[in-house]
Design a protein around this ligand. Sequence first.
Ligand SMILES: *Cc1c(COP(=O)(O)O)cnc(C)c1O
Length: 402
Amino acid sequence: MRRFSKSFTQQEPLSEASIEAAVAVMRTGRLHRYNLVEGEKGETALLEQEFASSLGVPYALACASGGYALQLALRACGLVAGDRVLCNAFTLSPVPGSIHAAGGEAVLVDILDDTTVDPDDLAAAARETGARFFMLSHMRGHIGDMEAIVAVCDTHGITLIEDCAHTMGASYAGRPSGTFGKVGCFSTQTYKHINSGEGGLLATSDPEVMRRAVIMSGSYMLYDRHLAAPTAESFHDTRLVTPNMSGRMDNLRAAVLRPQLAELKARQARWTALYRRIEAGLADNALVDIIPRHAQEDFVGSSIQFRLPSLSPERITRFVAGCEARGIPLKWYGKPQPEDYTSRYDSWRYLPATRALPNADRVLAELCDLRLPLTFTEEECDDIVQLMGDAMEEATDKTTNP
Ligand SMILES: *Cc1c(COP(=O)(O)O)cnc(C)c1O
């Protein structure tokens, strides 16, 4: 059997610009973000400044991970222990995990057929629970109807926090993802859009939320060493009543990220070209339902999802196995035991009793996912489509698999 031989988890190596910037930091020994000499701004503060400016917001904070940024956002927005936090049911485990870590209780909200949150169920969940927070995860880069979502949040007095782990560089109606809510949270972990191994970024336009986030992240009162934060004097009332929950970024990671941030637009174009190529190929297969993209959405196609609504679970199982045998590690969210990033809401058993989520149950049972690393070419995407087509024929062949 012909196999696709490249790895779906191999990202591009870091550019020479990133490597040189990292070596320069190492030569100084000043890896801690606040360890600066006279006149030095520091890689971390510069990254924050450049990131804030890329989003068109005044404030940004770099921190230890995307999940940490989410926790920090909830705490900085005033979450107190036991607060309910709404969250779309299709997301990754660090999202409900961050709500739990911050002392909140996640309340899941149903999704639409395109995998984005259902604004009507969001309103229903808001009425049922009186929740004051909604953590909106733009899962796998799909941005929902932002006008409707923001309207529901406004009506119910809900603070919106965006999980942009899969939408760094994306926008909706011309506005960057992460600037619709009170806080936008991003990840710079290896499998996201810029790579420092681990890392997170948080962006906001609210000065008090930013002051709290800076102090909580472990700033040791060195507020003047931030370039995308409110003035150091303005921290006066906040500084003694806000705990330090250490989770900073260091200059080494920031140094490798800055050249990548400058390249993000170009990466988006390359990713989306791969995505559109696979999408066009899969659209020819009558058994495959492509996820429609909103006209307003300018996404980053770093992974692709599709549904198999007319196939039985047995046939999907055979299709996934056939893809695997051809070197294509397709993820299926309907698998009885969830695996790695297919993490499904029913595997978060520490959550309090969940609401009925009929649409999420139906959509996830037929949803498949494929990563698209930038180490692939468009011709290789055609090959992947071809091999998936072969696996599909085999899985649905009535003579061998009635
Ligand atoms: C990766 C990811 C996160 C968390 O990012 P880390 O940097 O790994 O903590 C949050 N949400 C989603 C949807 C993710 O995929």
